[in-house]
Design a protein around this ligand. Structure first.
Ligand code: URA
Length: 305
């Protein structure tokens, strides 16, 4: 038996509503599209064509059997908004394949771009122009931050979800609404706290970011923390805690205990790892643990005032 395809606008709307309620929020083509190849091709188009090498210097058109042809290298794309690119950075790797799976060269470039940002706006521009993390090519928006950059408290989550990707702001979906209530419970809101994520681009289908993607993005969030220089940091969930507190311990062991996040310039920021709001939505019995952690933070902020 085959289901009839929807044909009227009302039927199509009904089917889409069904998909959305079932959690299907990504529209994919029937055939896969290699976005990395597209981005690399665009980047190659922007480069001037190299002068043809002398005939005897040209490689054979086909590699000898058993030899792997060398991968073409694309230069690092410039960040148009800032005018900064790898060529302006001392010791930057000269040629980095653009928009490929993250590798050490891209991580190095991310570290150099992050370190060269002297304001949050510069950092945002560098991140917007950075093509070294594959997540950027499936995300709709860069999710940089929300809240008050002069706040005493900074909270860092894992990565944006669908709602955050659509709005370009962190924690605006269901877990964001719970986070707002948790902040309100200690007398804070988005005017008195600053919120960001370890990963600023939504992983497709909300999958867990890979360790490579996390390493690529780590310098940006570390610099963001350094520039905000909050009095207290809250790590929302295990990935944020593990990445920023350099630990492999699980969040249920970590939470509730003060740790320290040390910035590149050596500033030690007290950090409270706690349970992620999305986890609390699934495990409401643990809300009381997060509540205790937030009370700890409130007391710490009072003590530091
Ligand atoms: N979960 C996160 O970790 N960050 C967001 O911004 C939203 C959900």
């Amino acid at each position: 038996m085959t289901a009839a395809s929807p044909s009227t606008p009302a039927e199509i709307a009904e089917l889409l509503a069904f998909y959305a309620s079932a959690g299907v929020d990504d529209a994919l083509e029937d055939a896969p599209i290699n976005r990395f190849a597209e981005a690399a091709a665009k980047s190659a188009e922007r480069r001037p064509a190299p002068a043809a090498p002398p005939r005897d210097a040209r490689p054979e058109s086909r590699p000898a059997s058993g030899q792997v042809p060398e991968r073409p290298q694309a230069s690092v794309p410039a960040t148009p908004s800032s005018g900064l690119d790898a060529r302006n950075i001392p010791d930057a790797p000269a040629r980095i394949p653009a928009a490929t799976v993250p590798d050490e060269a891209q991580a190095l470039l991310a570290r150099q771009l992050a370190a060269s940002a002297s304001t949050l706006e510069e950092l945002r521009q560098h991140m917007a122009g950075f093509d070294g993390c594959n997540l950027k090519f499936t995300a709709k928006n860069l999710v940089f931050a929300d809240g008050n950059p002069n706040a005493d408290l900074m909270l860092v989550g894992e990565a944006p979800g669908r709602d955050e990707d659509l709005e370009g702001l962190p924690f605006v979906g269901r877990s964001g609404r719970l986070l707002d209530r948790m902040l309100a419970a200690i007398g804070l809101d988005r005017n008195s706290a600053y919120i960001a994520n370890v990963i600023p681009w939504r992983p497709p289908g909300n999958r867990t970011p890979t360790p490579h993607e996390t390493e690529i993005c780590r310098p940006f969030i570390e610099r963001q923390i350094e520039l905000v220089n909050p009095k207290v940091l809250i790590n929302l969930g295990g990935p944020s805690a593990k990445t920023l507190l350099n630990t492999t311990e699980g969040i249920l062991r970590l939470r509730g205990n003060w740790r320290v996040h040390t910035t590149a310039s050596g500033i030690a920021i007290p950090a409270m790892p706690t349970l992620h709001p999305a986890y609390l939505l699934r495990t409401p019995a643990h809300k009381k643990l997060a509540w205790r952690d937030f009370l700890e933070v409130k007391a710490k902020l009072k003590g530091l005032a």
